[in-house]
Design a protein around this ligand. Structure first.
Ligand code: HEM
Length: 393
């Protein structure tokens, strides 16, 4: 008897639609139940929803290439570190590797802890705050802009710029089209800052300009590199911290558990990055056919690596939807994995450690004073407003 042609699992869920991104987890479960590689009819593309397959794809950047961009739409310009090809990527990544090393992070520790503690002390004194605007957004903007070497009084375009740049990884909706001029203005502003007369000597930005002057990278690669670290270092951490604060404000018993056992603080951050996945997914393009049981993902296809779904895969994480800080899931893919794995994860952990240390020292309990607002974004998951009163310890 002739074998029937395999049926390709297909889903009409649109992973970028606001009604999906608001609460994507049931949709992710459907994808995982459908198969290992699922066609997404809404965008004529594919998704890998399972943990093992996402992690294997991240580890194999020959088959799952970044060279045609890591968003839904093909990029015409791929000088950015995340969308560079296999030859250029190690060169771009090497430029700031000593600045992001464990030793470099250790040297930043006291300074970041002191800055964050002053911020939290002030928030406690004020009582009622928006924990997103007054804490979660302030820390990464100040830390990353200081490291890049931007002047103190010229940082306002950073958060709106990061928001729109991350939207460029999704579809060209009328909403995004309306924001494109804002994206252009942000790029112009940012490119103008990539200048020795503006950037602090010894900063990450100056190290990028040294690499340009030494002929290691081209000027436009330098500008894209600075943009890459600015955008990737800000919006991601803002949303991880906002999700963490949201959890403490809405689940007092979780906060009480961490107060009772502060050794859970580091695990709490990893768990929130796993559960909420501030970056829900990035794309790759296949360079050869890949077999998934009886389904073939053909060469030349754009495929979404769904970090958000992989991180909730119950075949890998026991009780995957539950927040369990004691599991310390260092194998989650919330920071990606492999060659393009997050270059700033040690810095993000440092910022979170600073925040947790200060909260544990100063805050007895979180009292919600209004409704939290979930952020509406095609790629980034987090909270945009969290009215809360911090009661002093
Ligand atoms: C909680 C905070 C953060 C999260 C959840 C996060 C997540 C990610 C993810 C998912 C990737 C992509 C992996 C891939 O497609 O293979 C990535 C890449 C990257 N991240 Fe982060 N990130 C965070 C913080 C930071 C910080 C603080 C910085 C730097 C200041 C940073 C810089 C980068 C860079 C430069 C890349 C591109 C790496 C490459 O292509 O080689 N990130 N991050």
């Amino acid at each position: 008897m002739a074998t029937l042609p395999a049926t390709v699992p297909s889903s009409d869920l649109d992973p970028f639609a606001p009604e999906f991104t608001h609460d994507p987890f049931e949709g992710y479960r459907q994808w995982r139940d459908l198969g290992r590689a699922v066609r997404l009819s809404a965008h004529d593309t594919w998704v890998l929803p399972g943990y093992e397959d996402v992690r294997a794809a991240l580890a194999d950047d020959t088959t799952f290439s970044t060279a045609r961009g890591t968003g839904l739409l093909e990029e015409s310009h791929t000088s950015s570190v995340i969308s560079s090809d296999r030859q250029r990527h190690p060169v771009l990544r090497s430029v700031l590797s000593s600045k992001t090393s464990p030793r470099a992070m250790a040297a930043l520790r006291d300074d970041i802890f002191a800055q964050v503690d002053a911020l939290v002390a002030d928030a406690v004194d004020r009582g009622s705050i928006d924990a997103v605007g007054d804490i979660a957004e302030v820390i990464p903007v100040s830390v990353v802009a200081d490291l890049i070497g931007l002047p103190d009084d010229d940082r306002e375009p950073l958060l709106p710029g990061a928001d729109v740049v991350n939207r460029l990884f999704g579809p060209l909706t009328p909403e995004l089209a309306a924001r494109l001029s804002g994206a252009g203005a942000y790029f112009e502003w940012m490119a103008a800052k990539c200048d020795r007369s503006i950037l602090r000597p010894d900063s990450w930005g100056s190290a990028i300009l040294d690499a340009v002057d030494d002929g290691l990278i081209a000027r436009d690669e330098g500008v894209w590199l600075m943009n890459g670290y600015l955008v990737a270092g800000m919006d991601t951490t803002v949303n991880a911290l906002s999700s963490l604060l949201h959890l403490f404000a809405t689940q007092p018993e979780t906060w009480e558990r961490i107060v009772a056992d502060p050794s859970l603080a580091a695990g709490a951050f990893e768990e929130i990055v796993r559960l909420e996945s501030p970056i829900q997914g990035f794309f790759r393009v296949t360079t050869r056919d890949v077999d998934y049981d009886d389904v073939v993902l053909p060469a030349g296809e754009r495929v979404l690596l769904s970090f958000g779904s992989a991180n909730r895969d119950e075949r890998h994480f026991v009780d995957a939807d539950a927040f369990r800080p004691e599991r310390r899931p260092i194998d989650h893919v919330g920071f990606g994995f492999g060659a393009h794995g997050c270059a700033g994860q040690a810095l993000a952990r440092l910022e979170s450690a600073a925040l947790m240390t200060s909260l544990l020292k100063r805050v007895d309990r979180f009292e919600p004073t209004g409704e939290p607002v979930r952020r509406s974004h095609p790629i980034v998951r987090g909270i945009s407003s969290l009215p809360v009163r911090l009661h002093a310890r």
